[in-house]
Design a protein around this ligand. Structure first.
Ligand code: 13P
Length: 251
């Protein structure tokens, strides 16, 4: 049995005041004991969120890390070891907004993945196809290549301490959620790709779905056999909505 995870990616949102409100809202949520819950605030608000959620079973993660694990002369970047020191336990790597808008290559994503693990963080590897790639019938091929970039360089075993998030780019922030069947098809393919190398590991790795997840769509998505929870963007900025999504993963 895989333990579900629901993670909120706050992206480049939040002010000190709105983060206080969101923390207060999250502190009022009943969160299911059987679900790992995490939030990914902007780097600027990590300390505030770690302190504000102290004592709650909510892990805090960062949205990105440097390719170098250790601190050093790299202006503007944040090392995975610094995130660990700041009480983060997870980090997103390879989010499509970074791949597509900031030109992050598979090689850079892989280096960030390795830096995260070497610093004791759980990387959440984001993969997913664009609308053009889906329409060209390339979905499984694109996702397989993004996953292979990591397994070829680092080995399949690294996924014993990592999470995968399938986020179709066309579903992110568009209100167009992938149907449970569309998402399940890709999740099953990801798991099969890992199973070809290690069936035991593949059975244990958590694969989250991301892309316009709302409380109303969560239960049906999370009910699919290979969907182990969600990576939630917009809806995670509303504590009640996010709490409801967490509860959907626990039911
Ligand atoms: P939305 O839930 O806003 O579509 O964002 C999904 C996402 O990119 C989470 O990382």
């Amino acid at each position: 049995m895989r333990r579900p995870m629901v993670a909120g990616n706050w992206k480049m949102h939040g002010t000190r005041a709105s983060v206080v409100e969101l923390i207060n809202g999250l502190n009022q949520q009943a969160l299911p004991a059987g679900v790992d819950v995490a939030v990914f605030p902007s780097c600027l608000h990590l300390g505030q969120v770690v302190d504000g959620l102290a004592g709650r079973a909510v892990a805090v993660g960062a949205q990105d890390c440097a390719t170098e694990a250790q601190q050093g002369a790299l202006t503007g970047e944040v090392a995975a070891s610094q995130l660990h020191d700041a009480c983060c336990s997870l980090v997103l790597v390879g989010h499509s907004e970074r791949r597509l808008l900031l030109g992050e290559s598979d090689e850079v994503v892989t280096r960030k993945f390795a830096a995260a693990q070497s610093s004791g963080l759980l990387p959440v590897l984001c993969v997913g196809e664009t609308l053009a790639q889906r329409e060209a019938g390339q979905t499984l091929e694109v996702v397989a290549a993004q996953l292979s970039a990591v397994t070829d360089a680092l080995g399949v075993e690294v996924f014993s301490a990592a999470v995968i998030a399938y986020e179709p780019v066309w579903a992110i922030g568009t209100g167009l959620t992938a149907s449970p069947a569309q998402a399940q098809e890709v999740h099953a393919a990801i798991r099969a790709q890992l199973a070809a190398k290690s069936p035991e590991l593949a059975g244990k790795v958590r694969i989250l779905y991301g892309g316009s997840v709302k409380a109303a769509s969560a239960a049906e998505l999370f009910g699919m056999p290979d969907i182990d929870g969600g990576l939630v963007g917009g809806a995670s900025l509303n504590a009640d909505e996010f709490g409801a999504i967490c509860r959907a993963a626990g039911s």
